[in-house]
Design a protein around this ligand. Sequence first.
Ligand code: PMP
Length: 389
Amino acid sequence: MRDFRAELEQRQANGLYRWRREVQTPQQPDMVVDGRSVLSFCSNDYLGLANHPDSVAAARDALLETGLGGGASHLICGHHSAHHELEETLARFTGREAALFFSTGYMANMGVISALAGRGDTIFSDRLNHASLIDGCILSRARVRRYPHADVAFLEAMLAETEGHKLVVTDGVFSMDGDVAPLPEIAAACRRHEALLVVDDAHGFGCIGAGGRGSIDHFGLSAEDVPVVIGTLGKAFGTSGAFVAGSQLMMDYLVQKARTYIYTTAMPPAVARASCTSVQLVEQGDDRRAHLARMIARFRREASAMGYTLMPSDTPIQPILVGDAWSALALSQALETRGIWVTAIRPPTVPEGEARLRVTFSAAHTEAHLDRLLRALSECREAIAGTAA
Ligand code: PMP
């Protein structure tokens, strides 16, 4: 038997052990965690909708009408009209013929990739793609070729030397770096080499593009450029679940083939109802996005002036690159003693030597919240400088 205890101890010794914290408030900037008040800068609730009264009211009303449980999978008897309405709303929102609602983004990625590629096919995957895309690739049993992050010339060379069916998968906005994939160039390479492009825009939807329509809209690309797009509802939409959008033919195919769609209980219909309201709030969220953009610009200016290393990102994901896991933990703890909560992100979530604090902004943050974050960061900087001296 494997020595599980030794593996955990090793993880702890390397500064890589991960803890869960107990949140005792809704998702919002001012949270109580393990009994302590903190100001959070680590949620993916980018537009501040996770606790929006309209979505909460929609869920509450729907609960009374539809009951709680999904009951069964969609293909048995769980496909409620609330799911159907959400799919129609998402198809309209993404400008696609059809959409399919999954229980989580993780499951959407696993199901879509393993349905669209199989033995004998080749998948090309950005090295920094999210774990769920990586696992979808493994599950598909296709050959997987990883290309260096956002390196389209490298991708194109690999596409050129590969025969057979080809699938290219990439995050739209990279979850741990916050940068946007070079989608126009990737789409052009896919067109030239007849590869199907799948974009997971979990962190793009809601945040960038007109009306929050994500990275594809941000670049002015069309459904022909990116035939399959995936989004999750648990981040900017502030609810839960995920979707894939594309042609009706593609959705019909996925309903038959995506195992994580077929063999799981449908989400509670009330969540789907709340998500319909959230989509409207996202579309009407220009003020929220403008407020976010102002805070992000100020954070970048002032944090880099303090000497912190930021990454090339204009999205609400603003990592502070630290390097080794222990230093990332130390900075996270130093911030927490000042009442600011930012989780340290360490390997294997990010590459070795690239541990970081993944600072994320929400439209629910105020300038006063940002003042507090910047003040705490400045004090930590001085504390680090003091130690070094
Ligand atoms: N894709 C990306 C890029 C993500 O960052 C995440 C979540 N961290 C997911 C998919 C999974 O989405 P969900 O949380 O809905 O399972």
